[in-house]
Design a protein around this ligand. Structure first.
Ligand code: PMP
Length: 398
């Protein structure tokens, strides 16, 4: 018997424990699955194209999804909510659409490649300049350092809300207030916070909020977008059909059409429609508080194991459910794969598309193991992870 003396772990071993929610949330709520199924079975048509009843039902679903996303982030105008294929497209589109030769950007060394690579490409191809504000040892930005680095030609401040590696939450409200004072747009990468932390476009001083559907928003991959609370110029990054004014050779200047060329991802949006409703009904506060309890539990247990190093703030009040660890004497790639092979526990090893942060952590060569806690993760699953890590340490180092 694999887990002699641990009958409570048998099911986890048999069915697997998913701890890669920072990559994508799994499982999705039943209502999301039903909504996708119902859309394909009973509607299945494009929005903003036809004038028949079914097309209008599809239009209404898209409209209502925008409206509910506005409710979730406290933004009143549904037409300011733009859909893209995910946050990578949203961030790239926004930054490429607004930054010009000679512009300067303030960002941080904790950013995901969806921000960093896009900025580096614009630095190379468009001669923009970038200042990476340093982060504290805990992984948090000091807003004063943002202000100190503002220049006359600073045209954008962009930060992630929460780190996809160590989970730390940035003081976006304070950074946003500084951006506002200086009249600079503030773009927030909410990939790791939307649906996990309360976000308020107004109170948090956010000019543009980029979100992805498949993580904390509990929708399928291929969904995402941004909420526009800024009236500066962002050029459309693609052209094509919008279902209106088809004889015009150029894209409409009206949001959201301006940025939504091509048939929309209706299957994905039908999932987002249900998942946003679910989040509004359950309440992000409640999800956040439940996750916080599991995060606190996991941190306490992980830190008590000799041979496990935990990175970041280690304060459940200051983070979302991404916990980065290393195991003494075991390469992170091997550790992750042993957790899967021997215990059926799914985590993510490597540098998690955040090379600058891993350099600061000293894990840029061997990477770290990321434990991604999600809205369904239980303390019992954490107990199983702890058991597996202790066994690994015993077995592999013996
Ligand atoms: N930003 C952050 C902070 C992320 O964690 C991720 C996904 N790991 C992205 C951007 C990119 O998200 P997507 O792949 O959904 O476009």
């Amino acid at each position: 018997m694999m887990f002699k003396g641990y009958p409570q772990f048998e099911n986890f071993y048999k069915n697997g424990v998913y701890l890669d929610n920072a990559a994508t949330s799994y499982p999705k709520p039943q209502c999301v699955i039903k909504s996708i199924n119902d859309y394909i079975l009973y509607n299945g048509v494009s929005s903003s194209r036809g004038a028949y009843k079914k097309a209008m039902e599809a239009d209404y679903m898209v409209y209502e999804t925008r409206k509910w996303i506005g409710e979730l982030f406290n933004h009143k105008k549904p037409s300011d909510i733009v859909f893209t294929s995910g946050i990578t497209e949203a961030l790239n589109g926004i930054m490429c659409g607004m930054l010009k030769e000679g512009d300067h950007v303030v960002t941080s060394s904790i950013e995901h490649n969806a921000v960093w690579r896009c900025l580096k490409t614009l630095e190379r191809d468009r001669n923009i300049s970038i200042t990476n504000v340093e982060i504290t040892k805990e992984g948090i930005t000091n807003p004063n350092d943002v202000e100190k680095n503002i220049q006359q030609n600073t045209k954008l401040i962009v930060f992630n809300h929460a780190s996809n590696v160590i989970g730390t939450i940035q003081p976006i409200r304070e950074i946003g207030a500084i951006a506002k004072q200086h009249g600079i747009p503030f773009l927030v990468d909410a990939a790791q916070s939307a649906g996990m932390l309360p976000i308020d476009m107004e109170d948090d001083n956010i000019s543009i909020l980029a979100f992805t559907g498949h993580k904390g928003l509990l929708a399928p991959s291929g969904t995402g977008g941004f909420v526009l609370n800024w009236d500066g110029d962002i050029k459309a990054w693609k052209s094509g059909g919008t279902g209106g004014n088809s004889a015009d050779p150029y894209m409409s200047e009206i949001t959201p059409n301006k940025y939504e060329a091509g048939t929309m991802n209706m299957v994905g949006i039908s999932g987002l429609h249900a998942s946003i409703r679910y989040l509004l009904d359950v309440g992000v506060d409640k999800i956040h508080n439940n996750e916080k309890e599991v995060i606190a539990y996991a941190l306490e247990k992980l830190e008590s194991i000799d041979g496990i190093r935990v990175f970041g703030t280690k304060d459940p009040e200051k983070m979302v459910g991404s916990i980065a660890i290393t195991i003494d004497g075991i390469d992170s790639g091997k550790g992750g794969s042993l957790l899967d092979k021997k215990y059926n526990i799914m985590v993510r090893s490597g540098i998690h598309c955040a090379p600058m942060l891993h350099k600061i952590m000293g894990t840029d060569k061997n990477g770290a193991i990321r434990i991604g806690i999600g809205y369904t993760t239980t303390k019992e699953e954490i107990d199983y992870l702890i058991y597996a890590l202790e066994e690994l340490l015993k077995g592999e180092l013996a």
